[in-house]
Design a protein around this ligand. Structure first.
Ligand SMILES: [Zn+2]
Length: 456
């Protein structure tokens, strides 16, 4: 007994000596240095034990607590504390639940639940029961500088480029999608890009600790197409996170209508006033454009407007019709289903998902039939002259000039040195946590979707 006590007190002294040594190093004025060589190395034993449980199929949060032998009284209190921030019944299968214990104690001290990729719910035992808090996972901000020459197309120049392997391949694909969206009115990537064209771009992304991207945005981009440089500079006019792209003169790259109501578009049948109809076996004008896409591909409103039809409409199948300003009307046909909240009379904005590709009505395969009407007459959406978006208003020009200079300088920086460079800054989970801009809502579509010609 006595020797045990002595031994533990010596261990304590030893630790004190180690601390004193640290002090000596930092404060050279001290003259007495303990002989560190005689100290036994102390095994730092953690004060905490951790158990990780995973929510199984059909299991509840309470079920996991029972499995972890948490007493009933605690279970009730834990569920109540949980409900202050989130619904425990909405946890997904596979959710990790971390239980923390003080070493040698049987009662759980804290529980952490990853409620979404960006949020952690922490339940802690306090003096007066359980209290809960929701924490946002920290993020980094990466700025990526990329440049290169195009020998075939932009996809192979960026996504398949081995020199860009440091940039995650999924991010590279996102960058191409964003580039396509930004330059959609200036350049048709699938038809106009040619060998000898070049690109440079600056891309910002928020990264979670596990390296996955929370959101991303092109800050500045340039494509030189047949010797003609095209620029896109991001600018947040109202400082509300909803920015847009402008050329170097401050003219908006945006048009009143999206060029197409789908991402990853592949045209299977063009506007044609004298087309042979595949189902009806007669010549009949095709007054729209067909986009081959997999069933379920999101369909976007091409411009702001009010929904006038939402429902089954003969050969169109499930149809959405939208009335826009200046006498324009658009139609989206053969839909598999409608996006929630879209009904006759509802207001929709450009880019908002209104439904999903299908093959209802007269259709031989899944595709979107898209029509644009102007003053009651069908027009070819691919050739009609669409009015442009507003340039930067005069009162915003001073701020634009400053920010555009900075972003253009970043582009020049991108073009120097290796094809890919990256800068990283810690931004925490705080003010940038909303992640509104960028890649949210970009849907993936199988580009090998069937190319069935539509009925309408
Ligand atoms: Zn059609």
């Amino acid at each position: 007994m006595n020797s045990l006590k002595r031994s533990s007190s010596r261990a304590f002294l030893g630790a004190g000596g180690a601390v004193a040594l640290g002090l000596v190093i930092l404060t050279p004025g001290l003259s007495r240095t303990p002989d560190a060589g005689l100290l036994e190395p102390l095994q730092a034993e953690t004060t905490e034990q951790v158990a990780v449980e995973v929510l199984g199929y059909g299991e509840t949060f309470g079920g996991v607590l029972s499995r972890a032998l948490i007493p009933n009284a605690d279970q009730q209190a834990l569920i109540l504390a949980f409900q202050e921030h989130a619904s425990p019944s909405r946890l997904r299968v596979g959710t990790e639940i971390t239980l923390r214990y003080r070493r040698g104690e049987a009662d759980v001290r804290a529980i952490e639940v990853v409620v979404s990729p960006d949020e952690l719910l922490r339940l802690e035992r306090g003096d007066f029961g359980w209290r809960s808090s929701k924490l946002e996972t920290p993020v980094w901000m990466d700025t990526m500088f990329v440049h290169g020459e195009i020998t075939r197309d932009l996809w192979s120049a960026v996504v398949l480029n081995p020199d860009l392997e440091e940039m995650p391949r999924g991010d590279r694909a996102q960058v191409i999608d964003l580039m396509d969206r930004v330059f959609q009115w200036q350049l048709d990537f699938s038809r106009q890009i040619q060998s000898g064209d070049s690109y440079r771009l600056v891309f910002e992304r928020q990264v979670r600790p596990d390296g996955s991207m929370r959101s991303g945005r092109i800050v500045a981009a340039e494509i030189v197409n047949r010797g003609r440089p095209l620029h896109a500079i991001w600018f947040d006019l109202h400082d509300d996170g909803v920015g847009g792209y402008y050329d170097l003169e401050g003219e908006s790259l945006r048009r009143a209508f999206l060029k197409a109501p789908l991402e990853f578009r592949r045209i299977s049948s063009r506007f044609n006033m004298n087309r042979f109809h595949p189902i009806l076996n007669t010549r009949r004008p095709h007054i729209g454009v067909d986009y081959a896409a997999a069933t379920g591909t999101p369909v976007m409103a091409t411009s702001d407007g009010v929904v006038t039809i939402r429902g089954v409409q003969g050969g169109y199948g499930n149809l959405v019709e939208i009335r826009h300003s200046n006498g324009y009307v658009t139609r989206y046909a053969h839909l598999n289903g409608f996006a929630s909240g879209v009904r006759a009379g509802s207001r929709v904005s450009q880019g908002q998902v209104i439904g999903y590709v299908g093959m209802t009505g007269l259709a031989t395969g899944p595709h979107l039939h898209y029509e644009l009407h102007q003053n009651g007459r069908p027009v070819d959406p691919l050739s009609v002259d669409i009015p442009s978006g507003d340039p930067i208003p005069a009162e915003f020009m001073p701020r634009w000039n400053v920010e555009a200079d900075v972003r253009f300088a970043l582009l020049n920086q991108a073009a120097q040195g290796p094809q890919f460079q990256m800068a990283r800054a810690e931004v925490g989970g705080g003010e940038l946590a909303d992640g509104r801009a960028g890649v949210d809502g970009v849907g993936r579509v199988d580009t090998d979707a069937p190319s069935e010609d539509g009925a309408l």
